[in-house]
Design a protein around this ligand. Structure first.
Ligand code: ATP
Length: 388
């Protein structure tokens, strides 16, 4: 199975110019800022819009080829499409919604396959209900089922989780994982959410202003620092304000103040040769720190003989178990008394990603005063001058 895209299309102010190929099954994330052309691109693949120029080939069949005047209608493209909102037929039961595409398929799925899809999506108990009686997550699962029963060669998912709250997302993500792992169907998955992409996708196409900035394996793309402005952070993390208080040019470091705690980062230019200066002696510069959860370790006492420069007192706000036996630990900066709810509300929060094993070995508890060992801090490149 492969999908070859090479199209150009003007839609209002958007000049779409996309060229990439997907050759393997699995999930390819179509990722990019709002307005970068993701929906326009998958609408072109589905046949909902006719590009100005180019070709779209699915499984060796040209479904669009402007030069040869080929533009197959959507129902002939063997494409399953799941929209942001489920778009089920409100007057039909779940069963009839599911069988809608199946009845029109030239090559319908055998009953055993249908049962397997219904079981995989966990919708067997919903078959006699109308869409109005379904939760958002259930509607999206039925919508996925309806697309699959059409026996598509490729599945297009346009932000299928964006209208759902976190609990509903957590409910449906395992079904998308099962779809990826069990059905070996190529899936083009439009998403804004890098955590969803990191969790689900094998490959990634990064779009910006209608063009493909990069495509490749999700790990390669997320490791590319040049794409960071588009891909953002890979892990949960924190963005918190800080003030530049001084520089040590000889030492190649800059001193920052973050809610009363000093942090040291590689020299930020242009440097002022002071070491560390009182706040009133220089113009302060505001910046934002990006501290990724995977770059933070937790120690119950101040560690000795350690290369990390940034060890800050923190108070555990909460611990949240993650997949793969991981644990996200939210930490207030500073050693706060447990009864100072108001102080806690205003203290910046950073996150540490540790193993559940470490959390239980250290017996970490909410309210506990510990130390965050920050291995790496990314500083927003754009420093803003401000008068002290
Ligand atoms: N038919 C149209 N007429 C005018 N402008 C259009 C049309 N279709 C798309 N656009 C414009 O193209 C741009 C890209 O839209 P598109 O929905 O493809 O982006 P997107 O990356 O999917 O965005 P989002 O993530 O917000 O859904 C938008 O600025 C939109 O206004």
């Amino acid at each position: 199975m492969n999908l070859e895209i090479d199209i150009r299309h003007q839609a209002g102010m958007l000049a779409l110019d996309a060229c990439f190929t997907i050759e393997r099954p699995g999930i390819t994330a179509l990722f990019g800022p709002s307005g970068s052309g993701k929906t326009t691109l998958i609408n072109a693949i589905a046949g909902l819009i006719r590009p100005d120029d180019g070709t779209i080939t699915i499984n060796g069949t040209a479904v669009f080829d402007r030069k040869n005047s080929i533009h197959l209608p959507p129902r002939q493209r063997r494409v399953g499409y799941v929209f942001q909102d489920a778009r089920l037929f409100p007057h039909l039961t779940v069963r009839k919604n599911l069988y809608f595409a199946h009845r029109r398929s030239p090559n319908p799925l055998p009953n055993g396959e249908i049962d397997a899809i219904i079981a995989m999506l966990g919708i067997g108990g919903l078959l006699s209900r109308r869409p109005i009686k379904l939760s958002g997550g259930e509607k999206q699962r039925v919508s996925l089922g309806r697309a699959l029963l059409g026996k598509p060669d490729i599945l297009l998912l346009d932000e299928p989780l964006s209208a759902l709250d976190q609990a509903r997302k957590d409910e449906i993500l395992p079904y998308l994982e099962a779809l990826r792992d069990q059905r070996r169907l190529p899936i083009l998955y439009v998403s804004h959410a890098i955590d969803e992409v990191a969790r689900l996708a094998d490959n990634m196409v990064v779009m910006e202003n209608g063009t493909v900035r990069a495509s490749g394996s999700v790990f390669d793309i997320l490791a590319r620092t040049d794409l960071a402005p588009l891909t953002g952070q890979f892990d949960t993390g924190a963005v918190i304000p800080a003030t530049v208080t001084g520089h040590d040019t000889a030492g190649g470091i800059t001193f920052l103040d973050c809610a009363g705690h000093q942090l040291i980062v590689p020299l930020l230019g242009p440097a002022t040769p002071i070491a560390p200066a009182p706040a009133t002696a220089t113009r302060l510069r505001q910046t934002r720190l990006h501290i990724r959860a995977r770059d933070v370790m937790i120690a119950t006492t101040i560690p000795d003989g350690i290369s990390a420069n940034n060890i800050v007192p923190v108070t555990i706000r909460n611990l949240q178990p993650l997949d793969h036996a991981g644990m996200d630990v939210a930490l207030h900066l500073g050693h706060l008394a447990t009864d100072t709810a108001n102080t806690q509300k205003h203290a910046p929060v950073i996150h540490a990603r540790i193993t559940g094993y470490s959390a239980s070995r250290l017996n970490l508890q909410p309210g506990q005063q510990v130390y965050a060992v920050i291995k790496s801090v990314t500083v927003d490149g754009k420093l803003r001058d401000t008068d002290a």
